[in-house]
Design a protein around this ligand. Structure first.
Ligand code: PDD
Length: 280
């Protein structure tokens, strides 16, 4: 695989980053994941807009122009023959040459890494056909979840807890209300209405979320942006999650309660079709 590191295209085994890199020592970095279907980048502009916002919130300078990000994405997709897959992009505050809590001098170069993951048939994965099962876990992340940082230890632990409990993912819960999934935004459907948590610093502002809500409203579906409880989720008619890697994926079980008889519901299924049609 050819990867991108600070302006260079290298075989993955030759791409090296310092042990003093702030991303490595302090999780001082941000990232984006863009999906690729039939060689086409999905929602690229939205992901770049969020990247710039994340960088800005952390007072990091944006090392590349929009055109440079796009060129690099296109080149990696081409050089690695990606038909369906993901493009991962990470920017860290770089290598100050030592460990220090204070930010390094202004002229420290950020570290920019990009790589592809080939995922043949990404849009027709089994989870989407069958629906996935989730358990709820207390949300113990920091309070700036609107910034897409590389601090992914808690989501990783929550994912492992879900697996240990025999299901696919965890829904995170704070003060009795669901925030989001380990790496996705979540929705329930009750009496035809799509309910999803309002935007705030409690959740990541999903790029797929924005697109799906727009398509839902265009299709005259009712949308309510508000927090919902675990009990509401368990009593819902349907549920689903959205993310760049999962598009719209039905959820059929929450903490052991089966929704819609345990099979993907009509609205989640329709939204997935619409998203894939529109985004492609
Ligand atoms: N995760 N919420 C969280 C906590 C996420 O990590 C993600 C994305 C989302 C969905 O955002 P978007 O629709 O822009 O992908 C919501 C990516 C896919 C990941 O970490 O792999």
């Amino acid at each position: 695989r050819t990867v991108y590191l600070n302006g260079n295209y290298l075989p993955e085994t030759e791409a090296r980053v310092s042990i003093f890199d702030r991303g490595f020592l302090m999780a001082d970095g941000v990232y984006e994941v863009v999906s690729v279907l039939d060689g086409k980048l999905l929602d690229f502009d939205g992901h770049m807009a969020r990247l710039k916002r994340s960088l800005n919130e952390l007072s990091m300078k944006n090392p590349l122009s929009d055109e440079e990000y796009l060129d690099a994405h296109r080149r990696l997709v081409r050089d690695n023959d990606i038909t369906d897959g993901l493009l991962y992009l990470q920017v860290t505050r770089g290598n100050p040459g030592d460990r220090d809590f204070a930010f390094p001098p202004e002229d420290t170069q950020p570290t920019v890494v990009m790589f592809t993951q080939s995922k043949p048939g990404l849009a027709d994965n089994a989870g989407a056909a069958k629906g996935i099962r989730v358990v709820t876990v207390e949300d113990q992340r920091w309070r700036r979840r609107d910034i897409k940082t590389v601090q992914l230890l808690f989501p990783s632990l929550a994912k492992m807890e879900a697996k240990a409990r025999g299901v696919d993912d965890a829904w995170l819960v704070e003060d009795g209300f669901v925030t989001e999934g380990t790496s996705n935004n979540v929705y329930i459907i009750k009496d035809g209405k799509i309910i999803t948590r309002e935007l705030s610093s409690d959740i990541l502002h999903g790029i797929t979320r924005a697109a799906v809500l727009r398509y839902a409203r265009e299709a005259q579906m009712a949308v309510e942006e508000r927090s919902f409880t675990v009990a509401e989720a368990q009593a819902a008619d349907e549920a689903f999650y959205t993310s760049a890697s999962g598009f719209v994926t039905p959820v059929v079980e929450v903490d052991g309660a089966r929704l819609g008889g345990g099979t993907p519901g009509p609205i989640a299924t329709r939204l997935r079709e619409i998203y894939l049609e529109e985004a492609r």
